[in-house]
Design a protein around this ligand. Sequence first.
Ligand code: NDP
Length: 276
Amino acid sequence: MPYKDQYAVFGHPINHSKSPRIHQLFAKQTQQQISYEAQEVPAASFESAIQQFFQQGGKGLNCTVPLKELAWQRAEQLSRRAKLSKAVNTLILQENGTLLGDNTDGIGLVTDLLNNHAIPLSDRRILILGAGGASRGILEPLLQQSPRHIVIANRTVEKAITLSHEFSHLGDIRGCGYDDLNNAQFDLILNATSASLTGELPPLGEHLLAEKGCCYDLAYGNQPTAFVLWGQAQKAEKSLDGLGMLVEQAAEAFYLWRGVRPETSAIIDLLNAERS
Ligand code: NDP
């Protein structure tokens, strides 16, 4: 059997991860000889698992919940976007043996919105629900698209305000609580809370979504999430989940590792067909 470069995703829990399937599809499409496996790694075992993986010839890693912050600390060098997001989802073994940390989540979201769904961002009023790691990772690439403004609403209000201050040099952005949204309206509402994972919904008023506005849940599942259903009930022009973002962030990681950019639309179509 020909030698295959080894890649993996570490996380906890990891058994439902679609990343191995996505990367195997990328490898087949681009004729790259790689293996990619999911490995159950709780935070306490992260350091030993990482050492073992790279000692045994691993070339690159994805890290997901709850390891992105640890990966950020572990990387010996950080890309600019990883520095800003304070989280790493992709580790790349460099020729000098050091680990470069990057974060491809934000570019994955923006690519999915713009290229796959033709949802414009320039001059749009954007509301982000949640102020955790995912919100932090998407702020810079969103602000680079020159939205009219971004509002971050979070259950713990202080976190939203602090996060907005960190990015205020990049555009018009503010943080608040859900009760402070009042009569504001938005062209795009992004759910970056983890509420969907337990079938919950942040407390949202009825008139938040502007006419022809769109909703996008970063979370995804085999069934529409509570937020996707909320968007449909609000008559959103599009109400989508984060499967496309998942594939696009993976494509960016694959490109960083292999120097080849996979064509994503056929793979998103295939994964959508498999879950319906
Ligand atoms: P974090 O744990 O860092 O942050 C969670 C956020 O959700 C916090 O702001 C928290 O508020 C809020 N929250 C949790 N439960 C509720 C609730 N019941 N009501 C209101 N707010 C709530 O998670 P991440 O930022 O890492 O992930 C967020 C989501 O993004 C997850 O669903 C994840 O799967 C998804 N994601 C998807 C990706 C993709 O490729 N599609 C990539 C990355 C993330 P508080 O601060 O008050 O606790």
